[in-house]
Design a binder for this molecule. Structure first.
Ligand SMILES: Nc1ncnc2c1ncn2[C@@H]1O[C@H](COP(=O)(O)OP(=O)(O)OP(=O)(O)O)[C@@H](O)[C@H]1O
Ligand SMILES: [Mg+2]
Length: 359
């Protein structure tokens, strides 16, 4: 069993004024794939490096498979890591680079050759085994770094933005390959990215980080559907979640500007409050004619995306992005009607930005 328990990890770098990780606690199940997601500087790499033993926390603890490893050196943790900069040895062959960890572990040469061949086949690197990294494309070099990490029989695989040096198409292809490889290996994996689509597609669980803290932890769909605060909703999803200033009347109706939306029954308990409505673009329906419970919007921008049309619209001075079917014909300045369904609406506190739970 190689589950990971992270408890109250606090880390400030020497000379740093802010905590790079600020009281992070997280449980990672054996064999699962956990993604650390967040904007640049939020502490993802720092957390991963503490798991690897490359940084020590100021306080808190890490255990892997029930064993406290907080202060153990990297080579005593049975982990394998792919670094943010792929860190291959430039003057050594691809074959040497892939087998490096096994050589360090004093594995027999025959066994090394076998495993290197296995990983090279898996990552389509066989034709390049005798080349130097400089003679490879960025994507191939990144594959070498992944191959090197997976040949080692580690309890835990740590990957820091392993797809960051790939162009968009390669990234997309390699992403699903990587998912398959890691699934087949069944190794507990912690994966760092600032790309929200990567996090949603790869993770069994996603930890969204902000300023050294975990803002939300959950399965990808939950994090996408029900962001725990406005930061998470604004960070995840393309386009990000819409946030609309709204008010709840004493009789539980939701009002945007002068327009009334149908009242979701859960809102009754908020009574007479200014709130923020959060709704995803694909959860707003569009109509050309006025319909009951719909509100009027003025079209600002029309962007055909192939499978949908993305509309930027104005509702009472607030801008929203909504999705229309490809057959929907509209143009800037036209009035359209937006419908909202209660079960896809989320509500946030205007002051704290935290999700509001109905009681
Ligand atoms: N070696 C270091 N010395 C001092 N401060 C550091 C060091 N490494 C990181 N930091 C600081 O710690 C904070 C967290 O950095 P970290 O590298 O963990 O972020 P990240 O989430 O991985 O960002 P990115 O997406 O840009 O890689 C940042 O404010 C960063 O400036
Ligand atoms: Mg980083």
């Amino acid at each position: 069993m190689a589950d990971i328990s992270i408890s109250n990890l606090i880390k400030t770098y020497p000379g740093g004024t802010e905590r790079a990780t600020d009281d992070v606690s997280l449980h990672i199940a054996d064999g699962s794939f956990t993604v650390l997601l967040g904007p640049s500087g939020c502490g993802k790499t720092t957390l991963l490096r503490m798991l690897a033993g490359l940084e020590l926390p100021d306080s808190g603890s890490i255990s892997i498979g029930g064993r406290d490893v907080t202060y153990l050196p990297p080579n005593k943790r049975n982990i394998s890591m792919v670094f943010q900069s792929y860190a291959v040895f430039p003057h050594r062959s691809v074959r040497y680079n892939i087998g490096f960890g096994l050589q360090m572990a004093k594995v027999a040469k025959e066994q090394i050759d076998k495993k290197v061949q296995w990983a090279a086949d898996l990552l389509q690197l066989t034709p390049y085994l005798d080349r130097l990294p400089a003679q490879l494309s960025g994507g191939q070099r990144q594959r070498v770094a992944v191959a090197r990490a997976i040949v080692v029989d580690a309890d835990v695989l740590l990957m820091d933005e392993p797809l960051s040096n790939l162009d968009a198409l390669l990234r997309l292809n390699f992403r699903s390959e990587l998912k398959k490889i890691v699934q087949d290996l069944g190794t507990t994996t912690v994966y760092v990215t600032h790309d929200q689509s990567e996090a949603l597609s790869l993770g069994d669980q996603v930890a969204v980080m902000r300023k050294g803290r975990i803002a939300q932890l959950g399965d990808p769909l939950d994090v996408y559907d029900a962001p725990s605060d406005r930061f998470v909703g604004g960070f995840i999803g393309s386009p990000p979640m819409n946030f609309v200033d709204a008010a709840v009347t004493p009789d539980g109706e939701l009002v945007v500007g002068d327009q009334r939306l149908m009242a979701p029954s859960l809102l009754q308990s908020f009574g007479n409050h200014s709130i923020v409505l959060g709704v995803r673009a694909e959860n707003v329906s569009v109509a050309k004619e006025r319909a009951s419970g719909h509100i009027a919007a003025t079209v600002l921008v029309v962007e055909p995306m192939g499978s949908t049309i993305l509309l930027t619209v104005d509702v009472e001075g607030q801008t929203l992005k909504v999705q229309a079917p490809p057959s929907f014909r509209t143009a800037p300045h036209q009035t359209i009607w937006l419908g909202f369904s209660p079960n896809t609406m989320r509500f946030y506190d205007r002051e704290t930005s935290m999700a509001l739970e109905a009681n």
